[in-house]
Ligand binder design. Structure first.
Ligand code: ZN
Length: 136
């Protein structure tokens, strides 16, 4: 497996517009995209910080993964996403090594990336996302 950098850090928020204000007005970052990912029941907002992005995640449904996360743990750090190559092959290798996969196959995430999540039980408690940008 080849990880090149941290692609983004996912933060669960209750109110996307309110949180965008903090990142823009207080931290001076610029939101460059808001996107709804329907099958994940979230609205996302993105900020660039050098080569890495911040992804804010607001639930659109209390029964969705972010809705449940916020109910249990509150707002805050949600997942760490690494940029990788050959995502399909990486997932097979991780599966062979006994790593618990939430997604056995890559699926489409925000910004057209192919993504897959690893289960925090296998990653020291950090929900981990692998991303591959096939368009670059
Ligand atoms: Zn993410």
């Amino acid at each position: 497996m080849k990880i090149s950098r941290i692609e983004h850090i996912g933060i669960a928020v209750k109110d996307l517009e309110n949180s965008i204000k903090y990142y823009e007005d207080i931290l001076g970052l610029k939101c460059y995209g808001i996107e709804e990912v329907k099958d994940q029941k979230v609205r996302t907002a993105f900020f660039e910080v050098g080569q890495t992005k911040i992804e804010l995640l607001e639930s659109t449904d209390p029964e969705g993964p972010i809705g449940k996360f916020i109910e249990k743990r509150g707002e805050g750090f949600h997942h760490l996403a690494f940029a990788t190559e050959n995502l399909d092959e990486s997932l097979k290798k991780l599966d062979d090594k006994g790593i618990r996969l939430i997604d056995k196959k890559p699926r489409k995430g925000a910004k057209g990336l192919d993504i897959a999540f690893l289960h925090p039980k296998s990653t020291g408690g950090v929900l981990t996302e692998l991303c591959e940008n096939k368009e670059k």
